[in-house]
Structure formats: C-alpha cells, structure tokens
Design a protein. Structure first.
Ligand code: NAP
Length: 443
C-alpha cells in the first residue's frame, strides 16, 4: 500500500468550486460475458447490412462501407470535453467527507509519456483515502497543501496520448492515479491496457479497476514475496474483501490449502464457492482453537490485512520458516467501523503495526519466521520484467480474461463524485464483499 497510495501527491490547484450535479441513476451492468457473447451477433448483423447493400449496387456498398468505417472510427475515438470536474481536498481534515469538494477545471493536454483518461470507474481503497484526507503517515506532506486530488485507482478510456507511449485514444486502461475525477492525466507506465473501450461494458471497467491494485497486491505478495508453493497451508484474513478474494483464488491456483476468515455466513458462502478449504467465521469461532485443532502443523503463509488480534493469532501459528504478508491493519485505521480497541502493537516486537507498515519494515523473527510489511518486496528479488509466469500485471489480467480469476465487485452502487465519501465509508464499514467501486460517469 505505501507505494501504490502515493499517487497524486502534487494535486494541482483548480479554479472554481461548482455546485454538485444531479447524477443519473446507474443502469446496473450487463456482464462482460453477456457482452462478449453478443459481439458475434453484432458482427453478423453488420455483415448482413453490408451484404444487403452489395446486392443493390457495387458503388453503394463502397460508399456505405466508407460511412460505416468513418462511424466506427468516431465511436472508437471518444470526444474530449473542454472542461471537467474532480474531487479535491481543500486542506487535510477529519475524513474524506469532511474535506472533499468538487472543482471544475480546463481539460489538460498530456505531455510526453502521459495519457488523458476519461475515468469510468474508481476503485475504493478506503484506508488509503482516509490517510490521504487526514494528511497522515505517507501523506503527511498534505498538511501544507491546498486543493489536492483524491482517489488512487481506476479504469477508463484513453482520450489523448502524448508522445512516447504505445497507448491509443479509445484504449480501455486500468490505472494507478487520482480517480475521483471525470478526466485525469496519468503516466502511461501506470496504465494497463485491457482492450478497446468500444468492445467493453461498464462492468469490465469495474472489474479491471479492482484488478489494478487489489488483485495485483495479492498476486505479487503471494507469488513473489511469499513464494507460495503447492500443498502449503495459507491463512487469508478479510478473505471476502477487495484484495482478499483475489488472494484466495491465487492461492488455490497455486495449489495451496486455504483457510479464510470473514464475519458473515453470506461472505463464507462466497469464499467456499471461490475454493476456500476451511472458512472461519472469526466472530463466532475462535480462530486460534481452529488452527490448533485442525492445522497443528502450523501455517506456511499468511495474507493478513486486519491487524490486532488476527495479526497476533496468525503470527502465533506461523510455522518455522513461515512468512506473514502483512498487507495492512484496517482494524486500527482511523474511521474503520468497530475500531479494534486493543493496542496497535505486536507483542513480539513491542512496536506498532502502523509504524512497521508505513516504514515498509521486514521483521526477522526466531524460528526463521518473516513478517513482510512491504508485501511488494518480492518484486526486488525477481527481475521486474520477467518473473516466472510472465510480468505480474500481464499474468493477472490474462488470468481474468481467460476466466480463471474472478473479480468480484460489491453490488452496492455508488455513482458520481458526490458519492465518493459514501463509497469510502461503506468500504470501511466491514460489511462490503469483494471490491467497492464508484462509477464516475457512463462509458
Ligand atoms: N499493501 C497494499 O498495497 C494493499 C493493497 C490493497 C489493500 N491493502 C490492505 O488490505 C486490507 C484489506 O483492504 P481491502 O481494500 O481489500 O478492504 P476489504 O477487505 O474489502 O474491506 C475490509 C474488510 O476487513 C474486515 N475488517 C475487519 N475488521 C474491520 C474493521 N474494524 N473495520 C473495517 N473492516 C474490518 C471486514 O471483513 P470481515 O470482517 O468480514 O473479514 C471488511 O469487509 C487493508 O488493510 C488494506 O489497507 C493493502
């Protein structure tokens, strides 16, 4: 999280505050699969039109085809508006709700190596947004800044591409950058192209926004930092959440035995469907007892983002040589629902998880156990460009597009910049399932 959340630290000031707009209701999505299956029908329909035209006269087909090609090109290159709206913090404060205001600005031009993106969906990384809004930890510099941009991840359509990038107008991309905005300038290197926007439905943008950080974190942490192996036993906490549900599937794809924690039976059902071998409803069952009784040999690997008691229980059951991937500590984040009242510390180290996490520490503990607070550490050990199985982002998106990895998006709809704070609070409520997203505008 520390690296990925740092996007947009230098949000540029913008000229005027606008009234919130009334945002049209969200037409809930037709699935990507439905869209994909309907594509051949559409092609057949277009082919039929061309055939009918050809029967009339050879000249008319040439004219008609020319018009169709021109229309297709127009559809593939979306219009660029002259101005756009974005959500900024005027100054650091209590929460996203307290600091966020909508501002309007003139559409900027992408420079060398940049693209201008029409943002379709923003992913909600509630912890990160809250620290950013409060100007705390890695965002301490925000205390002295006014009008800084909010949002850290999203998916959208390239409208313009600067020189020195392979991206084209009309490309659908998932990106790291300030996504609570209708338009955004993003480094092309922070974008992952997942197709042509004209071939996609809104749901694909939601799923790819989820993949870009939440999915990638799980893949890099487990495969590169954790070096997960077939037959290993892994504990995953907040397993039905934005990053957790990817971790469960990636662990299963690697042949591991998965113990998954969550708080409700509804989430447990989803986890069983995703392949979890043992689901522990940690508010009803004692996790430590379950681990002692059913997994006495201990844990090879832990993917842990809750902190507090779950962090300590996991660590206590880590086997010799085991690795704990401490992806976060949400139960101690400001604004987290049901905030953990226990001290944010590790009994082993006497230090707060927050300090270790934001400091990107690695704890080497007796018994050759390791706790990674920078779960991206493994990228350093591999050649970034070619770790086994291909580049991490390519491997992740290939798993998704081939249907082997599902991106689950919480069905609760949030639409427009005005609902960003609602979406963040929902994500921090402890009740969401899969990835929470905010639809910024229609495709
Ligand atoms: N290091 C990175 O790059 C990186 C990237 C993405 C996410 N993360 C971290 O991974 C963790 C999960 O993030 P996420 O975005 O995927 O969120 P999420 O799992 O979708 O949502 C949080 C979940 O945590 C559980 N939880 C337990 N105690 C909680 C509390 N007091 N308040 C709120 N939720 C609580 C809840 O599920 P149950 O109680 O039902 O299990 C809740 O649904 C966070 O710590 C986050 O910071 C890190």
């Amino acid at each position: 999280m520390p690296q990925l959340c740092l996007s947009g630290l230098a949000g540029a000031p913008s000229p005027k505050v606008t009234q919130p707009l009334v945002v049209a209701g969200r037409a809930r999505h037709q699935s990507l699969w439905q869209r994909r299956h309907s594509a051949p029908l559409l092609s057949a329909f277009s082919a039929g039109l061309i055939f009918a035209a050809a029967v009339r006269s050879p000249c008319s087909i040439v004219r008609r085809q020319g018009r169709m090609a021109a229309m297709a090109a127009m559809a593939a290159t979306p219009e660029v508006p002259e101005s756009f709206r974005r959500l900024v913090a005027e100054r650091a404060g209590e929460s996203v709700r307290a600091v966020a205001v909508v501002r309007e600005g003139t559409t900027p031009e992408p420079e060398d190596g940049q693209v201008l993106i029409k943002v379709i969906t923003a992913g909600i990384n509630g912890g990160c947004e809250t620290f950013r809004a409060r100007g705390e930890r890695a965002f301490a510099g925000m205390q002295n800044v006014s009008d800084y941009a909010l949002g850290s991840e999203g998916a959208g359509v390239v409208l313009r591409a600067g020189t020195g990038t392979d991206l084209q107008p009309g490309d659908a991309v998932a990106f790291v950058g300030n996504a609570f905005a209708e338009l955004n300038i993003v480094k092309a290197s922070s974008c992952h192209r997942f197709g042509r926007a004209s071939d996609m439905q809104a749901q694909a943008f939601r799923e790819c926004a989820a993949l870009r950080i939440s999915g990638l974190t799980a893949l890099v942490a487990l495969e590169l930092t954790g070096e997960i192996k077939q037959g290993q036993t892994i504990l995953i906490t907040a397993a039905a959440g934005g990053t957790g549900h990817f971790a469960v599937q990636i662990a299963k794809l690697n042949g591991a035995r998965v113990i998954a924690t969550c708080s409700t039976e509804e989430k447990a059902k989803l986890l069983r469907e995703l392949g979890a071998d043992r689901v522990v409803l940690y508010k009803q069952e004692d996790l430590s007892e379950v681990l002692s009784k059913e997994f006495p040999e201990g844990l090879d690997l832990v993917y842990e983002g809750v902190g507090g008691k779950l962090h300590e229980t996991a660590l206590a059951h880590l086997k010799e040589g085991g690795r704990q991937l401490q992806v976060g500590y949400i139960s101690h984040y400001p604004q987290a629902a049901g905030k953990d009242s226990s001290p944010d510390s590790s009994t082993d180290q006497g230090k707060t998880l927050g300090d270790a996490f934001w400091g990107g520490k690695t704890w080497e503990l007796p018994g050759n156990k390791t706790v990674y607070f920078n779960v991206w550490e493994g990228l350093k050990r591999q050649t970034l460009s070619e770790p086994p199985g291909g580049k991490p982002l390519e491997r992740l998106f290939n798993l998704w597009s081939s249907g082997r990895l599902k991106a689950m998006v919480d069905p609760k709809a949030f639409v427009g910049l005005e609902q960003a704070a609602d979406a963040v609070e929902f994500m921090m409520s402890g009740t969401s399932t899969g990835k929470v997203v905010l639809d910024i505008q229609a495709l």
